[in-house]
Design a protein around this ligand. Structure first.
Ligand code: SF4
Length: 242
């Protein structure tokens, strides 16, 4: 029987295959989310309350932007997704249909569900109904446009797992960045599905440390940088030996 691949491994391998190798081979690696992450994810369950909060109240929340900006972004997301007064969800890139996605996101059919598909499994933070779609809640910041590529792989994995469990096609997922008041739609395009399949293959074939990636900004944020030798290599190249 094929072992299910964890969503977290798919996400990490899409970030850097070598990092995924380190994580999988370190028994002591702590995969539990720190409390700050839980607090930020909790914001995605309280949108109505946050929209009603005054700036002083918002300032006490784990938000990544000033209260006024946060309130404005959240209100824009609500209106764009069909939840504003009288809004019918037909303006903006997320509102080309009449569905009130805001209501589906703020009051999902289920939360924190362990979903098991044919190939992968993991926690889906929100399961939306009619149609079935997953929402992944990120504690980080969004990119300027779209979603980060490892999160795109994660979103496809969650959609695939739900599709398998519910025996229905799932063609869309959502990425929520509640610390920033941003919600992004993720269409399961051919490219995204291919990236998911490539990540799945890479995780399954990991049997030794893969080569280092050539993206120093990713390495700078990686907890395995010392072990990986990237810091040493950087120093060597500064000294003209690398
Ligand atoms: S330091 Fe860079 S190359 Fe090494 S595991 Fe981390 S992200 Fe990958």
């Amino acid at each position: 029987m094929t072992r299910h691949v964890a969503f977290s491994d798919l996400r990490t391998v899409a970030y850097c295959p070598r990092k995924c190798y380190y994580q999988r081979t370190r028994d002591d690696h702590d995969r539990a989310s720190p409390p700050e992450v839980a607090a930020i994810r909790g914001l995605a369950t309280r949108y109505d309350e946050l929209l009603d909060a005054c700036p002083d109240e918002l300032a006490t929340e784990p938000i990544a932007v000033p209260p006024a900006t946060y309130r404005e972004r959240l209100a824009t997301a609500r209106d764009r997704l069909g939840g504003g007064d009288g809004a019918d969800g037909v303006d903006g890139e997320d509102g080309e249909d009449d569905t009130n996605h805001w209501d589906r996101l703020r009051d999902p059919a289920d939360r924190d569900v362990l979903a098991t598909g044919r190939d992968c499994r993991g926690i889906v933070h929100k399961v939306l109904a009619e149609p079935v779609e997953p929402a992944i809640v990120s504690a980080g910041k969004p990119p300027e446009r779209g979603v980060w590529q490892p999160q795109s792989v994660h979103a496809v994995a969650a959609a695939k797992a739900l599709a398998w469990e519910h025996e229905t096609p799932v063609e869309r997922a959502w990425l929520e960045y509640p610390a920033s008041g941003v919600i992004r739609r993720v269409e399961l395009t051919t490219r995204r599905k291919a990236e998911y399949r490539a990540a799945l293959r890479t995780v399954r074939e990991l049997d030794g440390p893969p080569p280092r990636i050539d993206n120093r900004s990713k390495c700078a944020a990686c907890e395995f940088a010392d072990e990986c030798g990237v810091r040493t290599r950087t120093l060597r190249s500064l000294l003209g030996f690398g």
